[in-house]
Design a protein around this ligand. Structure first.
Ligand code: NI
Length: 259
């Protein structure tokens, strides 16, 4: 069954029909969902979801654009919450230079701090990186991240950059963008990547695939993404679903390979 590696069902865009929508997932072939926390204030909402649905797992972490709200006390709390049942990763964390705030220094500080938590607890990381390829790579190569496993979520850089992250052992989260007309760079990356390095994600409620682009996204759209990957890799649809599920299980439930 499909493994959805990255969604935000705590988002208020799901307030109206969250329960109905989530209950319909298993019967639509969505076997597992990881609800990714982006803000300190939404940690509680993730815990509610993972308690309520046995097929939903959670993560704890703060998105780079929300790091202004962080302090030592809050990161200590994140570390404690990360030890709870069904929390499978630290994320999403990283660098986002698209907007001018928070400053690069603030983002780097809390990115490194959260990487250190993951390392201490031996947990995988979910990396958000936008317009910040060089700095992200530098930090992931540094001691703070040495030996960590994880995923570069919503991968948006070049094929050449993908080779660099691949060398570090990271998986690549591929979502709705792969179906866009102007996704030439990402198509090239997916052509290049071994399917064993790809995991499926939606980033719901954002980034709906074609033909639902612009509408609220949900994990029910993952078949559109898997079908496009199958086309690009020239493999059967079922193979994409099966191998990406295995990859995702290894990412979130596996052991760190020693390297
Ligand atoms: Ni996200």
């Amino acid at each position: 069954m499909i493994f959805e590696t990255h969604a935000h069902y705590d988002d208020k865009k799901f307030d109206e029909d969250r329960e109905e929508l989530l209950s319909s997932m298993p019967s639509n072939g969505i076997g597992t969902i990881v609800n990714v926390t982006a803000e300190y204030s939404s940690l509680e909402a993730t815990f509610e979801l993972i308690e309520k649905y046995d097929f939903i797992y959670g993560t704890v972490g703060v998105h780079p654009s929300e790091t202004e709200e962080l302090n030592e006390e809050k990161t200590e709390r994140i570390k404690e919450l990360a030890k709870r049942d069904k929390i499978v990763a630290i994320g999403e964390i990283g660098l986002d230079y698209y907007y001018p705030e928070p400053s690069h220094d603030v983002q780097k500080k809390w990115f490194i701090k959260q990487l250190e938590i993951a390392k201490e607890l031996d947990m995988p990381v979910i990396i958000h990186s936008r317009d910040a390829a060089a700095d992200t790579l530098e930090i992931l190569k540094s001691d703070a991240a040495k030996g960590l496993r994880g995923v570069i979520h919503c991968y948006s850089y070049s094929k050449e950059m993908a080779m660099e992250f691949e060398k570090l052992g990271y998986y690549f989260g591929i979502g709705g963008v792969i179906t866009f007309q102007n996704a030439k760079k990402l198509v090239e990356t997916v052509e290049y990547l071994p399917i064993e390095k790809i995991v499926l994600e939606t980033d719901s409620p954002y980034l709906s695939p074609v033909p639902n682009r612009g509408k609220r996204n949900s994990s029910l759209n993952i078949p559109l993404i898997a079908r496009r990957i199958a086309e690009i890799k020239n493999v059967p649809y079922d193979t994409v679903v099966e191998i990406t599920e295995k990859n995702a299980r290894n990412l979130y439930f596996g052991q760190t390979e020693k390297r």
